[in-house]
Design a protein around this ligand. Structure first.
Ligand code: FE2
Ligand code: FE2
Length: 190
């Protein structure tokens, strides 16, 4: 029976072909949210915001939102989906600036894809805008990848807001179970 934290200690801690392992990055982002006094669901959204990376780097916000949708509120999965687009757009009102790392990755004159621009516009006028924006604000890119995974502090929040399936993630017959299985067993031949 695999729990969410089993995935954090296992596959989410693998870097593989990614620029970083998602687990330490997500834990540190969630710690920042917790320290800022953010609501529990915001902390959870930060803790889960990059799970999509465990499947695919491109469109990781969309993959991540889909992975957790059966187990979290609509607000949390919506925020995870939209943080990907919001990362490209500053919001001086909350102190979010365009990431320096993006200038290096995408080049100085990069213009996001039209679907990203569209997603940003939709998010901007949505009542849950701040949920996705807070993920980008707490997104920690200067994190220490070797820091111990301090998951215990999130046990209660996960217990209250993540509907862990009794059979375990990947075994519950949900519409996304196969995606969790792929993450758990990336090298199966079929
Ligand atoms: Fe992200
Ligand atoms: Fe992130």
């Amino acid at each position: 029976m695999k729990t969410l934290f089993d995935f954090f200690r296992g596959p989410f801690s693998q870097k593989g072909a990614l620029p970083f392992a998602p687990a330490p990055h997500m834990v540190q982002s969630a710690m920042r949210a917790l320290e800022s006094g953010a609501p529990e669901e915001t902390v959870l959204a930060c803790l889960l915001h990059d799970v999509g990376f465990a499947l695919h780097a491109p469109d990781h916000g969309y993959w991540g939102a889909q992975l957790v949708a059966p187990y979290v509120s609509g607000k949390v999965s919506w925020a995870i989906r939209h943080h990907q687009a919001l990362r490209f757009y500053p919001d001086p009102e909350v102190g979010y600036e365009y990431p320096e790392s993006y200038r290096k990755i995408f080049g100085p004159d990069y213009v996001p894809e039209p679907y990203i621009e569209q997603a940003y516009r939709e998010a901007r006028r949505h009542r849950w805008y701040m949920e996705a924006r807070l993920i980008t604000l707490h997104d920690e890119y200067s994190f220490d990848p070797s820091a111990p995974l301090a998951l215990e502090q999130f046990e209660d929040i996960v217990g209250r807001h993540f509907r862990q399936p009794r059979e375990g993630l990947g075994e519950d017959g949900s519409a996304v179970a196969h995606m969790w299985r792929t993450i758990a067993h990336p090298n199966r031949p079929l």
